[in-house]
Write a protein that binds this ligand. Sequence first.
Ligand code: ADP
Ligand code: MG
Length: 598
Amino acid sequence: MSDMVHHELPTPPHIRLLPDEVIERIAAGEVIERPASVVRELLDNALDSGARAIRVELRDGGLRLIRVADDGCGIRADDLPLACAPHTTSKVASLADLDTIHTLGFRGEALASIATVAELEIVSACDDSSLAASLSLHADGTQVRRAVARACGTTVTVRNLFTAVPARRALLRGPRGEAARVLAIVRAYALAYPAVSFTLSGDGHLILQTHGAGLESAVTTIYGSDAGKALLPLEFVALEQASITGAVANRAFSFPARDHVVLAVNGRPVTNRALLAAAEAGYRPLLRKGRHPLLVVNLTVPPDRVDPNIHPAKAEVLLRDEAALAAALRTAVHATLGAAPLSIGHEPPSGARFRPVQPIQLRLPSMRRRRAPRLAERAAPRYTAAPLPSPDEDAERRAGLTALGQFDDTLILARSAAGSLYLVDQHRAHERALYERLKQQVSSLSKPDTPPLDDEPPDSPRQLLMEPVLVELTPLQAARLAPRTTELTSLGLECQDFGGSVFLIRSLPDIPGAASSPAAFAAELAQAAAEDTDDWLDHVCVSLACRSAIRRGQPLSPSRQQALLDGLQSLPARAVCPHGSPLLLRLTTAYLSRTFEW
Ligand code: ADP
Ligand code: MG
């Protein structure tokens, strides 16, 4: 059925009982171990049926309910009971077929296996005109058939998995852990099949959605637009009768676990040790220790050179010419990732270093202004023994600075009322002002009795993300982050523990720049919030401020320059950035006079 043209669905083939000789050759073993294995089997069936849109729905991580709906060719009403019987399939008819498997399914066991450990309901229609047939298999063995309304396609619902087999159920993780495994499976399929649209929801919340618009689009909706843009097609490696295609995101998008390395052999997401090791050998020298890339590899080989019939859950395959394919994969990954720039952020401008946004007037202290302190200085000894103290930097800054222009898109040149020349680092100045604002928000949140500041609502404004961003942490980090989510939410960072060390970020604090790369931003905030310190909220503020602040290299309008300087007026203490680095340089009139020997 893989030959099927997706747009025109054929009439479904008949389902038959496999001959004994085939049944004997099929790898026996446990097919269904947990919700994720059910989902995997149902995704295989949906894809084999030529589906272009697949929806997966979970309740309680799939323990209470798993539903997979597709818009594929459907199952003939008469074949429904057969579909659920052991060793029945429409995909393989003879021993010879087993050597050239074109479909994801081939052993005719999935639906039957599911039916033995859960309640199974299948609703399927082969065209849009007639009614769909529905078949329910209950735990007590009763079967119920009905006719219901449904467009062409199939919906399989699996309820109460392992309820009747408590020993198996006891081996499962909780709903969140199981949901995280389902997410990993759906994500892998969504990346391996970017032309198909996938939707995963859990307990009514949307978890993942792709639009069937290609790999870049899939990566963008799953990992954020920066990751999509950072994606590079794998370098071509010449192979006889085989091909390697795919993409890798540049090194800025590495992860602490291998979960974002997807390897599909003839469309089947698998874990083939040799190939995964080869991929890693390709990226390892280019990434920090313990980091793994976002990598999607599609390996296509003639069907007689791959045997998917070695693993009961079809998660592994045996490849002929494995060593040659592995070597090619290693070369492709290494060449692509090695050629990729490290980040897609703003490249510092080269060439012209001076960008006046208005005719720059580098007015050095005027004679009049310069003279005034001089007179004072001269006069001073008459009245006091000590020289007049030069105006203190903090006081000068608080009195206000006037923007003169921007240097190199990096520094704002400014003048104080007392005539000093200031060079202000635009990034650090903005960072510090944002940090102060966030700290104020945090302290007003932690003191619920104090009335909110006039211009700050008690709950911080947030930007809802179109798609939630998934952040994976280590188990230790996850355990620390979980109890902190309420405080983060009140900062505008809505963070939901999804289990399995995965968190869903649904909104970001509404500060400038936050939404431009939501995935990276969310990941950084989650890391900061998971730090092993009582000061974690402060770390989040620092991280937020740093991320959102105007970058160096960004041209600023005169009013924007002035606004940044005005932000410095209210700084309570030393003019340093939240990381403690200096944010301004001050050249006093006295210093200038001395240096120029005026
Ligand atoms: P296999 O996929 O190995 O054939 P399964 O038990 O998964 O075995 O499915 C049995 C049969 O039911 C399939 O061969 C196919 O004909 C039919 N079937 C199952 N799911 C679907 C679906 N979503 N759309 C169309 N046909 C399906
Ligand atoms: Mg199947």
